[in-house]
Design a protein. Structure first.
Length: 322
């Protein structure tokens, strides 16, 4: 199964200057602290007020200070005040810079889950991935879709397969930023109409059944929980429920013509139906062949995941053999 319009090139390893990799780690940490869930709840308990899309820096400093009081790492930590950690927090939550010691402190103080901590360290060490394929996608956006009015700041895909080797559900967490004022909906695209779309956080519904846009693309609109001003951000959560009666292709693909940032793709398999081999791959065009791939391995949760700092004009994902 592939979501959106499909497309690619090869993954390029980028080992730029230290500031680039540190900023990548800081940027991902910021997204973790922004997303609704236990990380945000941990600092929100110290904030008098919270705003969607914003981090209360003093509240974050409170979390760090409380941790150091119980787990001092150097002289003075047991008496450190939250305001003394202000600069450390500012550098991190601004997405600009984070030191090794600061990253370790955030991971410990917020009790970041194993996969999140692992990804942060990979980013900090310079294992940043960029994906681009300038000839893989059609040059023009289909006219029926109209102009795009938002950009994606972060996207987390979680794809689940059942015991019969068929997709059973799919969860997406997406952070968007409005590029125009009055944004009240965003388009959702799929290469199949045989999926049911359900919405949750940040959404108030969908406009209706899928409409066929091209020979391989279907679309509907996700209605936002509120109208966004230009530059305003919102976190969305939505699910796909699949209706496949036959086993589809053994892959999951994410495609994007325009630039997207902070993409994390995860595929989880049923413990009674694990693949014999699995690869992270790039495809040459919407219906093209694999042009680059690398072997991947399952973790203790029977899943694989891959993080991209940037995805543009490309189709990427996992494919496997049973």
């Amino acid at each position: 199964m592939s979501q959106l319009v499909r497309t690619p090139r090869q993954a390029l390893s980028v080992s730029g200057p230290d500031s680039e990799r540190y900023a990548a780690a800081a940027g991902y940490l910021r997204e973790l602290l922004l997303q609704p869930g236990r990380y945000r709840q941990r600092w929100a308990q110290y904030a008098e007020r919270t705003r969607p899309g914003a981090i209360n820096q003093l509240a974050v400093a409170d979390v760090l200070a409380h941790y150091l009081w119980s787990h001092p790492r150097s002289a003075g930590d047991a008496d450190v005040l939250p305001r003394q950690l202000k600069d450390t927090v500012l550098r991190a939550v601004s997405g600009r810079m984070i030191s090794k010691a600061s990253l370790r402190l955030f991971i410990d103080a917020f009790d970041l889950a194993g996969p999140d901590a692992e990804l942060l360290w990979r980013l900090w060490e310079g294992e940043v991935r960029v994906q681009a394929g300038p000839r893989a996608m059609q040059a023009e956006r289909p006219a029926a879709l109209g102009p795009l009015k938002h950009q994606t700041l972060a996207l987390h895909d979680h794809h689940y397969l059942g015991a019969e080797a068929r997709p059973v559900r799919h969860r997406t967490l997406q952070v968007i930023e409005a590029t125009v004022g009055g944004l009240d909906r965003i388009p959702f695209h799929s290469d199949s109409a045989d999926v049911a779309l359900e919405v949750g956080l940040g959404c108030r519904g969908v406009t209706g059944p899928y409409r066929k846009i091209t020979d391989v693309l279907y679309a509907t609109d996700i209605l936002l929980a509120k109208s966004l001003a230009r530059g305003e951000t919102l976190t969305l959560e939505y699910w796909l429920a699949f209706k496949f009666t036959d086993r589809p292709e053994s892959d999951y693909r994410r495609a994007s013509r325009l630039r997207m940032e902070n993409i994390d793709i995860r595929v989880e398999f049923h413990p009674e139906m694990l693949p014999a081999t699995i690869w992270w791959a790039s495809w040459d065009g919407i219906e093209g062949e694999v042009v680059a791939q690398q072997a991947a391995s399952l973790d203790s949760q029977h899943s694989v995941h891959h993080y991209l700092r940037t995805l543009e004009n490309a189709v990427v994902g996992f494919h496997w053999a049973w």
